[in-house]
Design a protein around this ligand. Structure first.
Ligand SMILES: C[C@H](O)[C@H](O)[C@H]1CNC2=NC(N)=NC(=O)C2=N1
Length: 94
Protein backbone atom coordinates (compact mmCIF):
# COMPACT_ATOMS: atom_id res chain seq x y z
CA UNK A 1 0.00 0.00 0.00
CA UNK A 2 1.37 3.38 -1.03
CA UNK A 3 1.54 6.02 1.69
CA UNK A 4 -0.81 9.00 1.63
CA UNK A 5 1.03 12.27 2.26
CA UNK A 6 -0.18 14.64 4.98
CA UNK A 7 -1.06 18.26 4.21
CA UNK A 8 2.34 19.65 5.27
CA UNK A 9 4.16 17.21 3.01
CA UNK A 10 1.80 18.04 0.14
CA UNK A 11 2.24 21.78 0.65
CA UNK A 12 6.02 21.60 0.34
CA UNK A 13 5.86 19.20 -2.62
CA UNK A 14 3.37 21.51 -4.35
CA UNK A 15 5.56 24.56 -3.76
CA UNK A 16 8.35 22.88 -5.68
CA UNK A 17 6.10 22.62 -8.75
CA UNK A 18 4.96 25.22 -11.24
CA UNK A 19 1.29 25.84 -12.06
CA UNK A 20 -0.20 22.90 -10.16
CA UNK A 21 -3.04 23.51 -7.70
CA UNK A 22 -5.02 21.34 -5.32
CA UNK A 23 -8.32 19.91 -6.47
CA UNK A 24 -10.85 17.51 -4.96
CA UNK A 25 -10.49 18.96 -1.46
CA UNK A 26 -6.73 18.45 -1.50
CA UNK A 27 -6.90 14.82 -2.60
CA UNK A 28 -5.57 15.63 -6.08
CA UNK A 29 -3.45 18.14 -7.98
CA UNK A 30 -4.43 19.68 -11.29
CA UNK A 31 -2.78 21.66 -14.06
CA UNK A 32 -3.90 22.92 -17.46
CA UNK A 33 -1.34 22.74 -20.26
CA UNK A 34 -1.82 24.85 -23.40
CA UNK A 35 -0.18 24.15 -26.75
CA UNK A 36 0.03 25.77 -30.16
CA UNK A 37 -2.15 23.13 -31.82
CA UNK A 38 -4.02 19.88 -31.33
CA UNK A 39 -1.05 18.00 -32.80
CA UNK A 40 1.32 19.54 -30.21
CA UNK A 41 -1.13 18.72 -27.40
CA UNK A 42 -1.56 15.15 -28.55
CA UNK A 43 2.20 14.74 -29.02
CA UNK A 44 2.71 15.85 -25.44
CA UNK A 45 0.05 13.41 -24.26
CA UNK A 46 1.82 10.58 -26.08
CA UNK A 47 5.08 11.36 -24.28
CA UNK A 48 3.23 11.73 -20.98
CA UNK A 49 1.47 8.40 -21.50
CA UNK A 50 4.80 6.61 -21.96
CA UNK A 51 6.21 8.20 -18.77
CA UNK A 52 3.02 7.32 -16.88
CA UNK A 53 3.14 3.71 -18.00
CA UNK A 54 6.83 3.44 -17.04
CA UNK A 55 6.00 4.83 -13.59
CA UNK A 56 2.90 2.60 -13.30
CA UNK A 57 1.04 5.76 -12.31
CA UNK A 58 -1.70 7.10 -14.54
CA UNK A 59 -3.21 10.53 -15.04
CA UNK A 60 -6.83 11.52 -15.38
CA UNK A 61 -6.99 14.01 -18.20
CA UNK A 62 -9.22 15.84 -20.60
CA UNK A 63 -8.17 17.19 -23.97
CA UNK A 64 -9.91 19.63 -26.24
CA UNK A 65 -8.03 21.08 -29.20
CA UNK A 66 -4.80 22.60 -27.79
CA UNK A 67 -5.64 22.23 -24.10
CA UNK A 68 -4.95 19.34 -21.74
CA UNK A 69 -6.36 19.37 -18.19
CA UNK A 70 -4.41 16.91 -16.04
CA UNK A 71 -5.40 15.61 -12.62
CA UNK A 72 -3.10 13.44 -10.55
CA UNK A 73 -4.22 11.45 -7.54
CA UNK A 74 -3.37 8.05 -6.11
CA UNK A 75 -6.31 5.67 -6.11
CA UNK A 76 -4.40 3.15 -4.00
CA UNK A 77 -4.32 5.58 -1.01
CA UNK A 78 -7.39 7.71 -1.78
CA UNK A 79 -5.36 10.88 -1.93
CA UNK A 80 -1.98 12.31 -2.81
CA UNK A 81 1.23 10.30 -2.63
CA UNK A 82 4.84 10.99 -3.64
CA UNK A 83 4.01 9.35 -6.98
CA UNK A 84 1.70 12.21 -7.96
CA UNK A 85 4.35 14.85 -7.36
CA UNK A 86 7.04 12.78 -9.07
CA UNK A 87 4.86 12.34 -12.17
CA UNK A 88 3.88 16.04 -12.18
CA UNK A 89 7.58 16.91 -12.26
CA UNK A 90 8.15 14.52 -15.16
CA UNK A 91 5.19 15.95 -17.07
CA UNK A 92 6.54 19.48 -16.63
CA UNK A 93 9.92 18.39 -17.99
CA UNK A 94 8.52 17.05 -21.30
C1 LIG B 1 -1.90 -2.42 -10.01
C2 LIG B 1 -1.33 -1.10 -10.38
O1 LIG B 1 0.03 -1.04 -10.08
C3 LIG B 1 -2.01 0.03 -9.62
O2 LIG B 1 -3.40 -0.10 -9.78
C4 LIG B 1 -1.56 1.41 -10.03
C5 LIG B 1 -1.73 1.75 -11.50
N1 LIG B 1 -1.81 3.17 -11.76
C6 LIG B 1 -2.23 4.03 -10.83
N2 LIG B 1 -2.43 5.30 -11.11
C7 LIG B 1 -2.91 6.16 -10.21
N3 LIG B 1 -3.10 7.43 -10.53
N4 LIG B 1 -3.18 5.76 -8.96
C8 LIG B 1 -3.00 4.50 -8.57
O3 LIG B 1 -3.26 4.18 -7.41
C9 LIG B 1 -2.49 3.57 -9.51
N5 LIG B 1 -2.25 2.33 -9.18
Amino acid sequence: MIQKLDRTECDSALQALDGWTYSRDGDAITKTYKFKSFVMAFGWMSSAAILAEKADHHPEWFNVYNRVDVTLTTHDCDGLSARDFALAKKFDAI
